[in-house]
Design a protein around this ligand. Structure first.
Ligand code: FAD
Length: 564
């Protein structure tokens, strides 16, 4: 028997599972060669989603260890960091995507263009659906190991009128923005357009001052400066306005403060208007209503007419992930699926189900981690941790190491700083081991959030890919051979460790970098550094080639302003 399946979507004659649906017999070779002794019984690995996390797994997995099936509504991987550049035509849409089937070819994996609806953990079945000619068809997909990497959706914060907004998460979103922006320029120059209408059509409002919103504002700004006059000589530059509405006191507030100030200065110079401490109340068809808190604490309501409004205010859980969390008693986080440090979904049968990327969050115990670093420092000093007397300087070294691993722990660490200083420090100004443990018990110990970034999803995917390779070697067949693999993870593989490599954002002919111990903001050289940083990560030669061609084309001929 060969290891090549004959069909990707054969259905078993009988139905099954809790809903009595047809069961997809994806791995025909495995089923049919049962008992013949010639076929390698590989576990069925089902991966939901084909974003950053899933693709990192696929690129890391060795061929021939698992029968891999990927389920996703989109049949391509989207290189999200460049999406803002596609909204104004700096890059072309096709240059940002990679066909998932090309990525799967190396490991002879299958792809099903469909949506996961639900999971039955006890029978190990994923309920999958797809609409064909208006009819929604459901079936079950069996798994031995399941990986959930379904990403997130845009957070609406319960604001009304978002149907009038544009979003920026998918290729289709970028296409709509481009069409709308160019359409507005065309309408603005029609003889029947009044001055007031023209001003509104040329007003871009961005709700959300995070990296996506800021990069979009920067791209619009570049396009206005570089291409507008050539294409629309009748539109004056100062007739076009760009506004950013941010709820926090600074834009890019997750970055180092110096960098967010740099970005604000740059925007002020470039006449991009930034409203901070501002909350959107409602989005009307032609204007946005928001409240702004002034420096003296007053709250005033403002309105801005817009021609295009981008809503980009963070992420929230997909309905699928919400539905899974509701099925599992031990899931308590309202924003993401909780996993243990081995990325196993908490509450699901051990070792069967993992969750990675934006849809998930890892439960860490902060105090435990701090203690590990403390021990490390004690050993470095050649002392038994129990005998060490910790000075404030020692604590700061510990804190620095913790922060490097858990960038999200900043707030807890600052609180510990204060507690340390206030603590009834003995005469020598130090704390002993017991005193320090007591101090740790005073902080909120659970640290669950990791940033929702491609960087994290990628690291988690790579980790899982490597782990699955290892497990396939130490316990070949695993579930497929009827072996219980509940604690294989802990026995054979280390826990996941996030390494924050830094953040970068493009702010209009310049980029800001926030890399551990290295803050950097700068002109055109920084932009090239920024581009090459992503270039190196980009998935294939094909993508590199297309991106290179797009940049070269823009440099030579400028952006084309067609609403194709
Ligand atoms: P995603 O990449 O979102 O993939 C989710 C996949 O799941 C998709 O294929 C989707 O179709 C599929 N899916 C959804 N529902 C289902 C279902 N029910 N069944 C099956 N499949 C499903 N991060 C950075 O680190 N740096 C950046 O510069 C950066 N820039 C960004 C710019 C933009 C415009 C955006 C939108 C995001 C940016 N991010 C950046 C964030 C980054 O894209 C996400 O953190 C990352 O995509 C998360 O990866 P993921 O694998 O969890 O999910």
């Amino acid at each position: 028997a060969m290891d090549v399946p004959v069909s990707e979507l054969a259905l078993n004659p009988e139905r099954g599972g809790p809903k009595n649906l047809p069961i997809a017999r994806v791995l025909v070779d495995d089923d049919e060669s049962e008992g013949k002794g010639t076929c390698k019984h590989k576990p069925k690995l089902v991966i939901l989603g084909c974003g950053w996390g899933s693709v990192a797994i696929l690129k890391t997995l060795q061929a021939d260890q698992y029968h891999v099936t990927v389920v996703s509504p989109s049949n391509y991987f989207l290189f999200t960091p460049f999406l803002p550049s596609a909204t104004v035509g700096t890059l072309e849409l096709r240059s940002l995507v990679e066909p998932i089937r090309t990525i799967l070819a190396r490991i002879k994996g299958h792809f099903l263009q469909a949506e996961a609806e639900s999971v039955d953990f006890s029978e190990k079945l994923v309920e999958v659906s797809q609409i064909i000619d208006g009819e929604k068809r459901h079936f079950y997909l069996p798994y031995d190991k399941l990986i959930i990497g379904v990403g997130s959706k845009t957070n609406t914060h319960g604001v009304e009128g978002l149907e009038h907004c544009q979003f920026l998460k998918t290729i289709d979103d970028a296409r709509k923005i481009r069409k709308r922006a160019i359409g507005n320029f065309e309408k603005a120059v029609l003889p029947t357009t009044s001055d007031e209408e023209r001003k509104r059509l040329l007003s871009f409002v961005i709700c959300g001052g995070g990296p996506t919103g800021i990069e979009f504002a920067a791209e619009i700004y570049d396009m206005l400066n570089e291409d507008l006059i050539r294409h629309y000589p009748r539109i004056l530059r100062n007739e076009v306005s760009v506004h950013v509405i941010q709820s926090r006191s600074h834009i890019l507030n997750t970055y180092d403060e110096a960098l967010s100030m740099y970005a604000e200065d740059r925007f002020a110079r470039d006449h991009v208007e930034v409203y901070t401490n501002a909350r959107v109340q409602e989005v009307k068809q032609d204007r946005i209503v928001f409240s702004e808190k002034t420096e003296d604490g007053k709250v005033i309501t403002k309105e801005i007419p817009y021609g295009l409004c981008l809503w980009s205010t963070g992420v929230s859980q997909t309905d699928f992930a919400k539905n899974l969390a509701a099925k599992l008693d031990k899931q308590t986080n309202k924003h993401a699926l909780e996993t243990d440090t081995h990325l196993r979904l908490i509450g699901a049968p051990m070792g069967d189900v993992y969750a990675i990327g934006d849809c998930s969050t890892v439960q860490y115990n902060l105090a435990q981690n701090i203690m590990t670093f403390l021990r490390e420092i004690a050993w470095e000093k050649g002392k038994d941790p129990k005998e060490v007397h910790l000075t404030f300087k020692d604590w700061q070294t510990v804190a620095q190491r913790v922060k490097k691993r858990f960038p999200q722990a900043g707030q807890h660490l600052r609180r510990l700083d204060k507690l340390f200083q206030q603590y009834d420090v003995d005469k020598s100004g130090t704390l002993d081991f017991n005193e320090f443990s007591e101090l740790l018990s005073k902080i909120d110990n659970s640290l669950t959030s990791l940033p929702a970034t491609a960087q994290r999803a990628h690291q988690q995917g790579q980790y899982l890919g490597r782990k699955l390779n290892k497990l396939a070697q130490v316990a070949p067949g695993m579930r497929a051979n009827g072996l219980l693999d509940g604690d294989l993870d802990e026995t054979y593989y280390k826990a996941f460790e996030y390494k924050h490599l830094g953040s970068l954002a493009y702010v209009g002919n310049a980029a800001v970098f926030d890399v551990q111990g290295y803050n950097f903001a700068g002109g055109i050289a920084a932009v090239y550094l920024w581009r090459s940083a992503y270039f190196a990560q980009s998935v294939s030669l094909r993508t590199r080639f297309l991106l290179f061609m797009d940049w070269a084309k823009r440099a030579l001929f400028g952006r084309d302003m067609m609403d194709l």
